[in-house]
Design a protein around this ligand. Sequence first.
Ligand code: 5GP
Ligand code: MN
Length: 357
Amino acid sequence: MSTFVKTPIGLRMIPVFNHAHIQELKQFLSVPRKVAITTHYKPDGDAIGSLLGLYNFLHSQKHKVKAIVPSDYPEFISFMKGNDKVLNYQLKPKQAEKYFHEAEIIFCLDFNEQSRVEAMQHAMMDNKAVKVVIDHHIEPQINAQYVFSFPQSCATCELVYYFIRILNPEYKMNADVAECLYTGIMTDTGSFRFSSMSADTHRIIAALMDTGMNHVKIHESVSDTFTEDRIRFLGYCLREKMQLIHAFHASYIALTRTELEQFNHQTGDTEGIVNYPLNIKGVKMSALFTEKEDGGVKISFRSKGDFSVRELAKKFFNGGGHHNAAGGRFDGNLDECVEHFIGALKFYKDELQNVTP
Ligand code: 5GP
Ligand code: MN
């Protein structure tokens, strides 16, 4: 049985929140608990937004909460309340292990596979804590007692909004929590424009704004805080590096470590670049290949409309994600990766050649 959520936007039935599971969790959280919250490697806006949104809420409910991330994340999403409390596993692995070990309950937000936390996997899983997944990626595979997975949702932050309303319908959301949740919904929907955006999501945004939160600050931090290097790097990528494969309505950009270093690359500097080729009329899919420090290639895919980059990422690049936004990895050099990609395009040639530009 699903749970009806009483929200300021009316009564909503969210099928993912199984009634029995919610009752058990409510019971469990009815006394102060030691809580750990975590998210995926190289967290994005939805990852940090959901992490800190839930962190601030649970903190206000008298729980002892720790927020732990498997790696660093960009400066432009480092403005949310509680950011200074987030522990980076790469910097303090022993401390993070201790927090996971002590936790009675661990929330895993915005990822569907244990491997998405990379080296932190054992610390996160090998303990006695009750595990709760809240996520919007398809086919969750995390070994957890409670899995609230709703791929139709545009952002994990949207699910965390509902979850908070379910856990405590009396809770008066403040601007700090609202800013976290707004950030995740905004970044995961390309500023409220992707097909995942629903009327209800707009109503949630309205409810968040009713708290008096500052949306201008968020948009400025996320979009208008480039360094000079970063914006020149974007120019370089689009002018010098973007390749178009007209026959397949596809585009790719492949970046070497040397190129990244030339532009003094910081975490987050490549974010968003993969979207630009989709601005071109007729381009239906776009790929970004980035040489990793420790060898291999990190890959981002984006598409418009019917073509599923999730399928491509899964079949050819050991990855996954969403229908229109996915990622993966390639164990080999950049040239081999591009060659493998061209092979993948040929595999999907019927779908790609037939898409209407
Ligand atoms: P991004 O291109 O922003 O890094 O990732 C886009 C989407 O693809 C994210 O929602 C993420 O879940 C997914 N994704 C990125 N990299 C991987 C990966 O290595 N494995 C899987 N399964 N999904 C990924
Ligand atoms: Mn997300």
